[in-house]
Every structure is written in structure tokens, then in C-alpha cells.
Ligand binder design. Structure first.
Ligand SMILES: Cc1ncc(C[n+]2csc(CCOP(=O)(O)OP(=O)(O)O)c2C)c(N)n1
Length: 249
């Protein structure tokens, strides 16, 4: 009998992703789904989708899914987790969603140490709406709303969300990872798994920031985007674990 050595995770549906070539949302979906499968959580997980390119995540994850309005996923996830404390609840949010319109929600969910897991996808732009500047857009980075490049005097400087949230006592696990090559994809999966384990152990709020590409709005090929991420995003957004509870180290 043939032995299966590679398959789509059960926690993903068979639906084909709509993402652009070279966008890493698909990789991140897969990592989350693999972790849910491996931890045996498919039947008890509830995901909360953002508004943004990953809005259709409710069609892709084969678990119970909710759709929140822009930036409000942490508030919606708070309600679900408090009503159904036995369920595993995660939010999946872009940087426009989480770090702009949803800043208050994520800060206070972390401060309250809600027992939820947040997957924060930072691609340094508003992807879905056409590549506008986000709070995470790099200094000098050209976007449709900063055609001369982000200027400090006019637009201020980027928000390093993981570092900021790690200052809150309620945030128990905060890590930044990347998915631009296989080695980093393996590390990213470990961080995502830890963020779910922390929730299962009832320890409090956990967030994994994943640096991601947006070839379409960066105006680069998929290959150039991977290089751009490694050379420009990682120096500004250093990878690592910013906070980790002693129980799971
Ligand atoms: C209340 C509200 N304001 C604005 C919008 C428009 N809008 C839709 S998606 C989006 C940005 C999404 O960007 P991001 O969160 O970075 O995710 P990405 O698309 O890059 O994955 C915006 C501003 C909206 N749908 N609702």
C-alpha cells in the first residue's frame, strides 16, 4: 500500500488560495493548519479572520471560523474565548488591520492577557486595498500613498508591534519570525506551535508576528520580494522571542 509522505493538512479545506504569486499568506496558513493538526485541535479551534487579503481565511481553514470587522478580531476573539473557554481561539490579522485601525483592540487584549493566540502578518503595506502606507511601512519605502517614499517629517516612523506589546505585563509570549526561506519557515512553525501551547496551558496572551511579502504592491517579482524582505524588513524588524513564560522555555 502507498505510504502518504506529504499531504494538505486536515485543518485546511481543499479550496485553492486566491493569493498573488509570491505572497506568503499561503505558507502562513499552512503552518497554522499543521500546528492545529499536530496538536489535535481541529475540532475545538475557532479562528477569527481580519479584513484584508486574508479575509477569505474562513474558506481556507477547516475549523470553525468567524469574520470580524476591520481591526476588531481581538475583541471578537475575547468574546468567543470567554464564552467557550475550552476552545482554542486564534486571530489572523494583517498589519493594516492589527497595527492601524485595530491598535486599541490588540493592545488591550494583550494587557488583559486574554487567553488567545494572534498570528500577525506584517507585509509593510495595506495589501488588499492597493498598497497604501501602513504603520509598519519602512522609512523611505514607496507606497501608493507615499510615492516619494515614507518621510519621517510627514508620516512619522514605523511601529514595532512585537516590541511594543512585549512591554505589557499581560503579553506572555511575543515572537517575530519570517517565512522567506525554508530554515525560517521551520522556525516560524515552532513559534506558532508555542503560541498555541501557551493558550492550551492557560497562560495568557500570545502573539507571533510573521514578516511576509507583498510582491504585487511592492512592485517586485516573487523572487525579488523574498530578497527585499530579508534585506530590508529583517534589519528594521529583528527576528526573535521578545517574551516567553518560564513554563514553556
Ligand atoms: C472600517 C474599515 N476601514 C477600512 C477598510 C478598508 N480596508 C480593507 S482591507 C484594508 C487594509 C488591509 O491591510 P492589511 O491589514 O495590512 O492586510 P493585507 O491585505 O496586507 O494582508 C483596509 C484599509 C474597511 N474594510 N473597513
Amino acid at each position: 500500500m502507498a505510504k502518504v509522505i506529504f499531504k494538505r493538512p486536515d485543518s485546511l479545506t481543499d479550496k485553492q488560495f486566491h493569493y498573488c504569486p509570491g505572497c506568503t499568506h499561503g505558507i502562513i496558513h499552512r503552518l497554522v493548519a499543521e500546528v492545529i493538526d499536530e496538536m489535535g485541535l481541529q475540532d475545538d479551534t475557532v479562528g477569527v479572520c481580519p479584513v484584508g487579503c486574508s479575509v477569505f481565511a474562513y474558506d481556507y481553514f477547516n475549523v470553525d471560523m468567524f469574520q470580524a470587522s476591520h481591526g476588531r478580531a481581538p475583541a471578537v476573539a475575547t468574546g468567543i474565548k470567554r464564552c467557550l473557554p475550552e476552545r482554542t481561539v486564534f486571530t489572523y490579522q494583517g498589519d493594516g488591520d492589527l497595527a492601524s485601525i485595530g491598535t486599541a483592540e490588540i493592545v488591550h487584549a494583550a494587557a488583559r492577557s486574554e487567553k488567545i493566540t494572534t498570528i500577525f502578518v506584517n507585509n509593510a503595506v495595506y495589501g488588499m486595498t492597493g498598497g497604501q502606507m501602513a504603520p509598519t511601512t519602512l522609512p523611505g519605502q514607496k507606497t501608493t500613498t507615499s510615492p516619494r517614499g515614507r518621510e519621517k517629517e510627514l508620516n512619522g516612523l514605523p511601529v514595532r508591534v512585537s516590541e511594543m506589546l512585549a512591554t505589557l505585563d499581560g503579553a506572555v509570549y511575543v515572537a517575530r519570525v519570517s517565512v522567506h526561506d525554508p530554515k525560517h519557515i521551520v522556525q516560524a512553525k515552532k513559534a506558532i506551535r508555542k503560541a498555541f501551547e501557551i493558550q492550551k496551558a492557560g497562560l495568557g496572551f500570545a502573539l507571533v508576528e510573521v514578516l511576509s511579502t507583498c510582491p504585487t504592491n511592492w512592485g517586485l517579482s516573487p523572487k525579488e520580494s523574498i530578497k527585499w524582505l530579508a534585506e530590508n524588513m529583517i534589519p528594521y524588524y529583528p527576528l526573535g522571542v521578545f517574551k516567553e513564560p518560564a513554563e514553556v522555555k
